[in-house]
Design a protein around this ligand. Structure first.
Ligand code: AMP
Length: 553
């Protein structure tokens, strides 16, 4: 017997409809150099319709990729809404990558239209060899409010200006009927091997994920909140916060490029922010600024809770914010998991004395998701808090394939996706244990990458570049702990040239990579330790340099 309920397509158009009907006076605030720009949801919905109409008039068709290259802002939010809701696909490009990496990603996704913040226009212009981009629109985030704007042409030759572009669309845009499983957005993530991989979110997965963000036992974002979204909109949908905020009618605060501790404190105070989300590096910076007397903790008085993820939350950070009366919610996720996978809420069945330990785990799977640990011999581990293995995850907002232009609609293929008795699993590359209460605790990762301040650095890319240097015999790159950035890369190099210095090798790498991707130091060793099958034994190197202090720490 079938259920007899309405089969309503779960699309992001529901967000627009609700914002317009229920929360027209709620606001979106964007930090600017000269103050804060505010607009209501009603104004936003109107601008979103204009944007969709302008995109259509400019020839953007269903399924076309529209990319963004910018900071968190109300315009970026308008693109988050207009592009998927008109049936096109939003592709958020990471502005922190090297121009050659950005070109690879934009070409692979076949981006046709790109919206660029004026403050990163110079970066965009360094991106060469774009094969599919036909139109660039500049979003002027530099001109002070109320002054005549800069010309888009002066920022990027041939580009349109966002506000002028909006004027080309009427407000009477008719939103098309969408299939809930059609693509809504794309985001690329660093591959452990080879090139970055594209994750393609569906309308249905994004809508369900937004609901997942609202649960009382997850992030509990609600209409009563004013949410400051510091995690970039180009990182895994800004952890789903923008969509969830619109769905529930929360006030949104978007910091643009002003994410230093003083700017965060000032916008929290001026907007009376109640919750926020960012990686540990950001929150460490704020804590240090408070301790150093640069920020008055009273500025953060309205802040009730902060979502921290992307890297593990250290105990000192949790305790530091507990002392300030600000609750850290530790969350784990990946670009492939939309990203909210687990949240460390303490169950009532957990004894009080265990609460801090539990809050430091990665947490419980969000409702509708399932997790398991698979050991090296392929068996599923018991939830005993001891048996380690790869964390696997399954659920309605977990990726089932990476984007392949040759086979855009096909699932599976890549060895990160597994099928077990009809259940699809994503192999996360994180090594974890699960305790008898269901709390996931990460203990290691199989991904040979370095996570620095929330951004990935490919050790493979560094090793390939180093190996190509005339003075290098072989090179292995490992992550070493860093108090501010969580991890930084350390290059271990076997050199054939006794005069070769760390500085020379770093300068050479800087020619090919973004500055923050270059190792802080190079150590010269006699030989890279190898495993029994002749692979670099990174475990042995990590063990050797566990206590290593980088030059600036
Ligand atoms: P990304 O796809 O760039 O969001 O990176 C996802 C990866 O970041 C995960 O697979 C983990 O390795 C790491 N990660 C994310 N959140 C946490 C966390 N709370 N604790 C430890 N590692 C995390």
């Amino acid at each position: 017997m079938q259920g007899l309920m309405q089969d309503v397509p779960l699309t992001l158009q529901m967000l627009l409809e609700r914002a317009d009907a229920l929360y027209p006076s709620k606001t979106i605030a964007t930090k600017r150099e000269d103050g804060v720009h505010r607009q209501t949801y009603a104004q936003t919905v109107d601008r979103v319709a204009r944007l969709a109409a302008a995109l259509q008039a400019a020839g953007v068709k269903p399924g076309d990729r529209v990319a963004t290259f910018g900071w968190n802002s109300s315009r970026h939010l308008e693109l988050y809404l207009a592009v998927p809701c008109m049936g096109a696909v939003l592709h958020t490009l990471n502005i922190r990558l090297h121009p050659t990496q950005i070109a690879y990603i934009a070409n692979h996704a076949e981006d046709q239209t790109v919206f660029v913040d004026a403050s990163v226009a110079a970066l965009w212009q360094q991106v060469r060899g774009l094969n599919t981009v036909r139109r660039v629109v500049v979003m002027d985030d530099l001109t002070p409010e109320g002054r005549p704007g800069m010309s888009a042409e002066s920022a990027i030759p041939g580009a349109d200006d966002y506000e002028a572009f909006l004027e080309t669309g009427g407000t009477a845009f008719r939103w098309p009927k969408l299939d809930e499983n059609q693509a809504a957005a794309m985001c690329y993530t660093s591959g452990t091997t080879g090139h970055p991989k594209g994750v393609v979110y569906a309308h249905r997965s994004s809508l369900l994920h937004s609901m997942g963000v609202l649960f009382a036992d997850t992030l509990a974002l609600s209409e009563r909140d004013t949410a400051l979204v510091i995690v970039p909109q180009f990182h895994a949908n800004a952890w789903g916060m923008p969509y969830a905020a619109v769905l529930t009618g929360a006030d949104l605060v978007l910091p643009s490029r002003f994410t230093d501790p003083a700017s965060i404190a000032s916008v929290v105070a001026s907007e009376q922010v109640t919750m926020s989300a960012a990686v540990p590096t950001i929150w460490f910076g704020v804590l240090q600024a408070i301790r150093g007397g640069e920020i008055d903790p009273a500025a953060l008085a309205s802040l009730e809770r902060i979502v921290v993820g992307g890297s593990a939350v250290p105990e000192a950070l949790m305790r530091g914010y507990d002392e300030l009366g600000i609750r850290i919610l530790h969350a784990w996720g990946m670009t492939e998991t939309s990203p909210l996978g687990t949240v460390a809420r303490v169950k009532t069945t957990v004894p009080e004395e265990q609460a801090l330990r539990i809050r430091l785990t990665q947490g419980l799977p969000t409702p509708t998701l399932r997790v398991r640990i698979v050991t090296e011999d392929g068996s599923v581990a018991p939830w005993d808090g001891k048996t380690m293995g790869e964390l696997q995850i399954s659920g309605p907002w977990i990726a089932d394939a990476y984007y392949e232009p040759e086979a855009p609609d096909q699932r599976g293929g890549h060895d990160r996706f597994a099928d077990d008795d009809g259940t699809r699993w994503l192999k996360t590359g994180d090594v974890a244990v699960i305790d008898h209460e269901g709390y996931v605790q990460l203990v290691d990762r199989t991904k040979d990458l370095v996570k620095s301040g929330g951004e990935w650095i490919s050790t493979l890319e560094l090793e390939n570049l180093l190996a190509a240097h005339a003075g290098v015999v072989e090179a292995a790159v490992i992550a070493v702990p860093h108090p501010k950035w969580d991890e930084r890369p350390l290059a271990c190099v076997v050199s054939r040239d006794p005069d070769l210095t760390s500085g020379q090798l770093c300068a050479y790498l800087a020619e090919h990579l973004a500055k923050w991707q270059v190792p802080d130091d190079v150590v010269f060793i006699d030989e890279v330790p190898k495993t029994s099958v002749g692979k670099f034994d990174k475990k042995a190197l990590r063990e050797r340099y566990r206590e290593y202090r980088l030059p600036d720490t």
